[in-house]
Design a protein around this ligand. Sequence first.
Ligand code: PBG
Length: 431
Amino acid sequence: MASSIFFSPAANAVTVAIPTPTPTPTPRLVLVRANNASASATAATPTPRLVLVRANNASASASGPTLTLEECEAAAVAGNFPAPPPHSKPPGPKGTPLIEPLDLTRRPRRNRKSPTLRSAFQETTLSPANFVLPLFIHEGEEDAPIGAMPGCFRLGWRHGLIDEVYKARDVGVNSFVLFPKIPDALKSPTGDEAYNDNGLVPRTIRLLKDKFPDIVIYTDVALDPYSSDGHDGIVREDGVIMNDETVHQLCKQAVSQARAGADVVSPSDMMDGRVGALRAALDAEGFHDVSIMSYTAKYASAFYGPFREALDSNPRFGDKKTYQMNPANYREALIEAQADEAEGADILLVKPGLPYTDVIRLLRDNSALPIAAYQVSGEYSMIKAAGVLKMIDEERVMMESLMCIRRAGADIILSYFARQAAGILCGAMSN
Ligand code: PBG
C-alpha cells in the first residue's frame, strides 16, 4: 500500500501513514508530531515529540471471527462467502410492547448509529491550535498557588513561567496571554508602570521570545493591574472613569508591549475608541504587523471573581459597570463589534464564554473577522470545584464546555484549561 497523508484532528499535527509492506489487519500506525514548533529555535525549545498513534481505533476483534486478510482472501477464492447479517433483531426485554413500526421518513438516529458515522458527521472540532493559555506572572522566584483557581499559579517569570510554556508547547499549545501581578508600590492613579519598557510584562515577553521564538504572545491592554484604584482606566475625583485620557495611556502601554515583541495586543479595558487609537499608535511606531484582539463584548460579570483574587485587582471602590457591558444586553454587542471592526480590530473577543454563547454566535454571524472567546476564571473554578467534589466528571465537562464555545462560533478560546485539554486531545489520538 502506498504511503499517504491523513488529515489529523489536530490542525497542527503532522500525520503520516507508515506504509505496510504486506496487507495485514494490524491497525496502521501513524506518526504524529505533538508540536509544530520550528526546529530552529534555541536550546530551550523542546524537540518536537513524535507520538505513535493508531490510524484505526476500532479493535479488529470487536465483532466476528478474526481471520487474517490472507485467510479471508483464500476463503473468498474458495467460494466461501459469509452469510449476510441477520435481518431480524433480538427481542426487547420481557414486557416490551409489540407494535407496528412508526412510519417515519426521517430517523435522525441513523446518522448516529456507530462511532464511525458519528465522527464522520461531527460538525465542530477542537484542537490545541484553537487554544490560548492565560498565564499569571509575578516578580517572585516561587510559583504561588491561586486559592480560587485550583491548578493555577502566579508563576515566577524567570522559572515557573518558562516551565509552564515548555509543557504547554509539548501538547501543541503555542499561544499565550500574559497577566501580571504588580506590587502595590508600583501602582498609581494613572497606571504609568503599564508602559515601563523594563516592567514585568515587557521583560517577560523578551525572555519568552528569546527562548521560544515561534510562540504567539498576546498581551492584556488595560490599566487595572497598575492602577492604585483597581480600575481599567484613570478615575476622576467624582468617580468617573476618564475615557480619552485612559486611551492615551493604553496607547503607550501597547506600544511598549509591541516594542518588547508582543504579537497581538488585546485591549480589555472597554474604553470607547481605543482600537482606532491603538492602531494609529502602533502604526506610527512602525508596528504595522502587530495585531489587535479587541475585547469587543466584555461584560461586567461576576465570573471574573477568581481572577481578581489572583491579581489582587478588585476595584478599590465601585464597580466596572460604566465601561463593561450590562449582562442583560445583546444588541449592544453589535454596536461594539461594528466600531471595533471599523477601527481596525483583527480579532473580536467575547467574554465570558459559555454563559455568552449567544453573543459569540451574534458576532460570528455579523463579522468575517476571527472570533475569540474567553472562558474566564469563574467558569474554570466552577468546573474544577464541582469536579473535586465529584459532582461532575471534570474532564468531560471541561471538553464539552470548550466544544460548545467552538460550536457557538469561536475560532480561538482563551482558557485556563488549555494545557489540560490539549493534553487530552493529544492523548485521545493515541487510543
Ligand atoms: C481586566 C481583566 C479581567 C479579566 C481579564 N482582564 C478582569 C476584570 O475585568 O476585572 C478577567 C479574566 C478572568 O476572569 O479569567 N482588564
